[in-house]
Design a protein around this ligand. Structure first.
Ligand code: UT7
Length: 323
């Protein structure tokens, strides 16, 4: 059977690093509060010339370089983002153009913080369905553009950045020993949409709007939702938490990550944490963390890697990959 095998990962971060202490001068907050409640120590903030498209392009180029490929080898780009350069066309086609790719197809996916998990699952279906041979799956965000910088309960949490992976359709045995994407579970429930949303849009206010979140409400649902989809993936694959080599969760809050790992029985040393360095980069957080895991030599060929995310919608999902 065909499996979508991950060939490489790449990332791109804005030039400007903003530590918690710098925010103390902007709003009423403290490094101690942010670290204790979220685990975040710093985030990167995009300058005007750094956009979702430019960061996504750079992450895609890094992933292509790491795989030793060029855009000629790629026939699909899926970009997960909630902060597109324009309402339309899709930022994915702008990245396609920036990469100099004149064939294949490219589109955006919007599932907020779960965007990358949705996007890698979508690309997997195109590859397994035979419509594409190799895909770049990107998560790229400039959430700093949609933050209310006077709302301390949200503006300290998010950062900008992009991560990307290259998937290739390869023949597998159809067993859990195969490399590639082995199982996935996606969920959404729109009844929660007002707990985390942007208060503008083309069809309602004709503005871009800013992020609004009932943080405590999101927190309350997060661990249960994450564990449900992970358990579903474990059941599909016939594995347990002990079989996992690396847990690469969405990086929103260290307390959510710790509680999810504990509930699932995943040992602390198997968890890849980047929320301290990047803050919550929404759809970019999982590929940024994957890239970090690879670059630091932790995630290696053959490792069983569990991805999960949860965010606005609510949307949530998990994907199991043998690297
Ligand atoms: O990626 C999408 C998914 N999003 C998430 O997963 C976010 C989920 N939620 C969270 O991570 C947490 O709920 C937060 C980090 C947003 C907040 O942590 P919390 O422990 O739930 O704090 P809280 O909202 O209950 O606020 C506690 C106190 C409040 O003061 P009072 O009412 O107790 O006097 C807030 O006003 O902390 C205050 N506060 C702050 N203080 C200093 C809120 N923001 C700040 C701040 N600095 N930046």
């Amino acid at each position: 059977m065909i499996r979508s095998v991950v060939l490489s990962a790449g990332k791109s971060l804005p030039r400007r690093l903003v530590k918690n202490a710098e925010l103390e001068g902007v709003i009423e907050t403290s490094d101690a509060w942010i670290v204790q409640r979220t685990g975040i120590r710093q985030r990167y903030i995009a300058a005007d010339d750094e956009t979702t498209a430019s960061l996504g392009e750079a992450a895609a180029r890094a992933a292509l370089d790491a795989a030793g490929l060029t855009v000629d080898d790629i026939d699909l780009i899926v970009l997960a983002t909630s902060t597109p350069n324009n309402t339309f066309p899709a930022t994915a086609v702008e990245i396609q153009e920036r990469l100099g790719m004149r064939h294949g197809f490219a589109f955006d996916m919007q599932a907020v913080c779960s965007g990358f998990v949705y996007a890698i699952n979508t690309a997997d279906l195109y590859l397994r369905g035979g419509m594409a041979k190799r895909a770049i799956v990107i998560g790229s965000e400039t959430f700093s553009r949609i933050l209310d910088w006077e709302d301390r309960s949200t503006c300290v949490l998010f950062g900008d950045g992009a991560g990307a992976v290259i998937l290739e359709a390869q023949e597998g045995e159809g067993t859990i020993g195969d490399r590639g994407i082995l199982a996935a579970s996606l969920r959404s429930d729109g009844s929660h949409r007002e707990k985390l949303y942007v208060d503008g849009g083309p069809s309602t206010t004709r503005t871009v709007g800013v992020l609004r979140m009932e943080g405590r409400e999101v927190f309350k649902h997060a661990v249960g939702m994450i564990t449900d989809v992970v358990v579903s993936v474990f059941e599909q694959a016939g594995i347990t938490a002990d079989d996992i080599d690396w847990f690469v969760p969405h990086q929103a809050n260290k307390r959510i990550i710790d509680a999810s790992a504990k509930k699932l029985g995943i040992a602390d040393e198997k968890v890849v944490i980047t929320v301290d360095q990047h803050g919550n980069t929404s759809a970019a957080s999982v590929p940024l963390a994957l890239c970090e895991g690879v670059e630091t030599g932790r995630i290696k060929k053959g490792d069983l890697v569990l991805l999960e995310a949860m965010g606005g919608g609510f949307t949530w999902g998990a994907v199991l990959v043998r690297w």
